[in-house]
Ligand binder design. Structure first.
Ligand code: GDP
Length: 210
């Protein structure tokens, strides 16, 4: 997929104020500092579409970006930042939960995890919750450039084998680096293929629609 346009549309903390649209939507979420802003900038080929975090926990809003006027990229707040208060955490959880429960045009959530780390409870819990809600997601390993090929593969295999203990079927996954661009093409191809499939199904269901 070639990114022709990437426009910021709106930020808010209320799912009811998210853009009224039927365009497919893809959300990006993960722990603060996982490399989410960098990845969003890398895949959209923009230097600062998403703000990279000088101050973790700062971007606590649902941010909608319209890509190629065809789909929405949604930058969700980073979770698990220790320094926000319990009250803030609760508020955060409730509006993110509502986002996932209500946003029917959400096609897939990309759950970002730092490939250098062992599986973290907060990510595992979040993925389990998505699974319970039957919300499709993919794992996106970030910062692949920080490891040599052997430890990189070992970490990924370790992560997947721990996932296998609780999941009958593994989600698909991407290995990415915002620094080298690794995996960004695959991620965009996946979005393109999914969008094409949605279009195909729409036509099949409604062949007389233009
Ligand atoms: P966010 O809080 O999840 O949005 O994370 P950021 O995108 O702000 O990244 C957090 C830190 O990790 C920054 O210092 C980035 O420069 C660094 N970083 C992010 N992605 C990569 C990557 O792919 N490779 C390397 N080497 N550093 C990265």
């Amino acid at each position: 997929m070639i990114i022709k346009t990437a426009e910021f549309v709106v930020s808010n903390s209320d799912v009811n104020k998210c853009p009224e649209t039927t365009l497919p939507e893809y959300a990006f979420i993960g722990r603060s500092n996982v490399g989410k802003s960098s990845l969003i900038n890398a895949i959209t080929n923009r230097k600062s579409l998403a703000k990279t975090s000088g101050r973790p926990g700062k971007t606590q809003l649902i941010n909608h970006f319209l890509i190629n006027k065809e789909w929405y990229l949604v930058d969700l707040p980073g979770y698990g930042y220790a320094k926000v208060s319990k009250g803030t955490k609760k508020k955060f959880q409730s509006f993110i939960t509502k986002y996932f429960e209500k946003r029917i045009q959400l096609i897939n959530a990309f759950v970002l995890v730092d490939v250098r780390h062992e599986p973290q409870k907060i990510d595992m819990d979040f993925m389990s919750w998505l699974g319970e809600k039957q919300l499709p997601f993919s794992i996106v390993f970030t910062k692949a450039d920080k490891l040599k090929p052997k430890p990189l593969n070992e970490n990924i295999n370790n992560y997947l084998s721990i996932m296998r203990e609780t999941w009958a079927e593994l989600p698909n996954y991407f290995v990415t680096s915002s620094s080298s661009g690794q995996g960004t093409g695959e991620l965009l191809n996946y979005i393109q293929d999914t969008n094409d499939e949605i279009e195909r199904l729409k036509k099949e269901q409604n062949p007389f629609q233009p």
